[in-house]
Design a protein around this ligand. Structure first.
Ligand code: LMR
Ligand code: MN
Length: 662
């Protein structure tokens, strides 16, 4: 069958299937009542996760997410889905590095939902929020606690240099789905009208000087219990002095992490001064610290009650109120209670409508619940108040860019990055700025940004922009089988290539809709679809449709067991151009087995870093996809390859077992 004929078949089949899937979904939901709703929700979770994860990691086994979901209510699923899948906020696309034990700490329910396969991704996503939150003490406490988890965990990620060294401060920004993701609107404020300021670009002065502006975010150091008790006005001078002394004592104990003693001190103060904001705040802080020491959600949740009390005290000094509100919101996020975080920050924003620290965090919380629209409005407001606010600029730019507005996105991302303000020097912002510049014919500037990102340690090099790296690994764009230590695999694949090709072609013809369009917005033009057999070391459901190929790769432990890669077929139609992009990790090498390689027209080829290559039928081509690569398909019929990721040859057996899956 000719390529052209086959092309028409695929398109037709896939169109039909899409239609059928929609119809099925609809009919199921009607016929099965609440059970149907649950199924749909689960599917939404799965699809949503699939989109998000595939956007970043390539296709993954998102079905795993729903396996443990049966005991969970629909609203829980919606809520956790919004946490799990924070739409367009890439900070969440971090590598997994924590484990089941840690997850229990965060939330038993989530544990039961996701612990089996997706546990680590999930916890990570909320941790990232914590790390993005510029509250020093809490960042530190959580860093401490995460170390603790890692020590106690049998599968701790110990060799992922990126995850370990840079924590979450660097972000991974590649393979990003850009827009159109479903979101959960959990801010519970349909009736509340928000101010919708417009930010005129003319208002946005380019920040020339690197002002190294520090966020004026409230510091959460326990030593900052400076706000005097509001009730002290009614006290005698002597009582005031005693109160202050006691507060300082509690503060000192907190600094020394003597939480129980601090707790008794604050409780003692409260017993005689029940509405002392500082004492109640101290108690909240002590409980918060205790929760971290004991890894107890229960205690953490209890602490939230007291932060809330502080916020609601009529005599609470504003500074303390702001501090308590910001911590409370951040703790909610830590717990995965994103809706509560939004509510808290919204309330804070009502009290402090022009406080850019609060608004910036409100924007972050909106992004985490997937409410990009609201986040955008909030950042627009911040920028109308403070046009040079770098934090708001990068986030505003990020939102615009990921929504497809590359020109404006680049404009704000650039301003924000140049501001050097806290929270702006992250890989994801550099990445998206470079990408936006490149996509708008400003490649020279994109190149400069990538170079700067490399210079600032956000990327390994201007071409190698993966974030989840083991630093010692040797790297270069193209590899020989001997260099990659995959001689045997290559031999097997090359000797069985026709069998693999025929199995894939058979599925393309007979099984409809198995190939899924690339959904990561990597495609500039054309038609590009994939069928995944293995992802993150797990066989995918479609494996059974291609038993011979799956049996073959199942004998290749460095391939099917590569938890940082995938095995998938990739079909590309003529007229396709894939934007330059970068994979998430340097821990894998990517083999491409040529199956159907058209030579007509201008052919099809791949650029990796500064070298172009093309495929040959029955031959394996190996490259390191952590280097920028780009694909053109300008032939006259389709191109089909099998992509097999393998562990980088320098990765140790221990690392293979312990590196967090991507
Ligand atoms: C890639 O690995 O990004 C592409 O080369 C895939 C493809 O189908 O060419
Ligand atoms: Mn790629």
């Amino acid at each position: 069958m000719s390529g052209k004929v086959r092309k028409r078949n695929i398109t037709k089949h896939e169109q039909q299937t899409n239609g059928n899937e929609k119809a099925n979904l609809k009919s199921r939901s009607v016929s099965r009542g609440s059970h149907g709703i649950l199924i749909i929700l689960f599917m939404m979770v799965a699809i949503t996760w699939g989109i998000a994860a595939s956007a970043y990691f390539g296709l993954v086994d998102y079905k795993a997410l729903i396996v443990h979901g049966t005991s969970v209510s629909t609203s829980d699923i919606m809520q956790y889905t919004s946490a799990l899948y924070p739409s367009q906020y890439e900070a969440l696309r971090h590598p997994v590095r924590s484990l089941g034990e840690a997850l229990i700490y965060f939330d038993d329910l989530i544990f039961s939902l996701f612990v089996k396969k997706e546990k680590t991704s999930y916890i990570d996503k909320r941790r990232v929020v914590v790390f993005n939150f510029p509250l020093e003490k809490h960042v530190n406490s959580i860093k401490d606690s995460s170390q603790l988890y890692e020590k106690t965990s049998a599968n701790a990620v110990s060799n992922d240099d990126s995850a370990k060294d840079s924590g979450f401060s660097k972000d991974h920004t590649n393979d990003k789905k850009i827009s159109g993701e479903p979101t959960n609107h959990v801010d519970g404020e349909a009736s509340t009208k928000e101010e919708q300021p417009q930010v005129a670009e003319s208002k946005m002065k380019p920040t020339q000087e690197k002002n190294k502006k520090k966020s004026s975010q409230a510091k959460t150091s326990s030593s900052s219990l400076k706000a005097k008790s509001g009730s002290s006005n009614q006290l005698s001078l002597e009582q005031n002095k005693t109160l202050l002394k006691q507060l300082q004592e509690g503060d000192e104990l907190l600094k020394k992490k003597k939480v129980n003693e601090a707790l008794s001190v604050f409780e003692k103060i409260i017993s005689s001064n029940p509405s002392s904001p500082s004492a109640i705040f101290g108690k909240a802080e002590a409980l918060n610290q205790k929760s971290l020491q004991q890894r107890s959600n229960k205690i953490l949740i209890e602490s939230l009650k007291f932060y809330d009390q502080v916020i609601n005290l009529p005599n609470c000094p504003k500074k303390l109120k702001k501090k308590a509100g910001l911590i409370k919101a951040e703790r909610h996020i830590f717990l995965g209670q994103l809706k509560e975080a939004v509510i808290t920050l919204k309330k804070m924003a009502e009290t402090f409508p022009r406080d850019t620290d609060i608004l910036n965090q409100l924007g972050v919380s909106y992004l985490y619940v997937g409410n990009t629209e609201k986040a955008q409005k909030v950042y627009a407001k911040v920028l109308s108040i403070d046009p040079d606010n770098g934090f708001a600029q990068v986030h505003f730019g990020f939102i615009l860019k990921t929504a497809g507005d590359w020109i404006k996105g680049a404009y704000y991302l650039k301003l924000g990055i140049e501001s050097m303000a806290e929270g702006t020097q992250e890989g994801k912002f550099y990445f998206h700025l470079g990408d936006a510049l490149h996509r708008t014919n400003r490649s020279t500037e994109a190149d400069e940004i990538y170079k700067l990102g490399a210079k600032n340690g956000l990327f390994k090099s201007k071409y190698q922009r993966s974030l989840y790296n083991v630093n010692r690994l040797q790297s270069h764009p193209f590899w020989t089988p001997a260099e990659a230590k995959v001689n045997n695999y290559v031999k097997t694949l090359e000797s069985k290539w026709k069998m693999i090709r025929d199995e894939a072609l058979n599925v393309m013809d007979v099984e409809k809709g198995l190939f899924i369009p690339e959904e990561e917005s990597l495609k500039d033009t054309g038609d590009w679809k994939q069928l995944t057999l293995y992802a993150r070391g797990q066989p995918q459901k479609d494996c059974k449709r291609l038993p011979k190929t799956c049996a073959l790769v199942s004998k290749m432990p460095n391939a099917h067991g590569c938890t940082r890669g995938q095995i998938k077929f990739s079909i590309m139609m003529p007229g396709t151009h894939v934007w330059p992009h970068t994979g998430p990790t340097n821990c894998r090498l990517r083999m491409h087995l040529g199956l159907v390689i058209p030579k007509t027209g201008q052919g099809a080829w791949l650029r990796c870093a500064d070298q172009n290559r093309t495929w040959e039928e029955g031959k394996v081509l190996i490259f390191d996809d952590s280097f920028e690569h780009e694909v053109w398909q300008n032939a006259e019929s389709f191109r089909l390859i099998l992509i097999v990721d393998v562990w980088h040859p320098d990765i140790t057996e221990h690392e293979k077992k312990t590196l967090s899956p991507i």
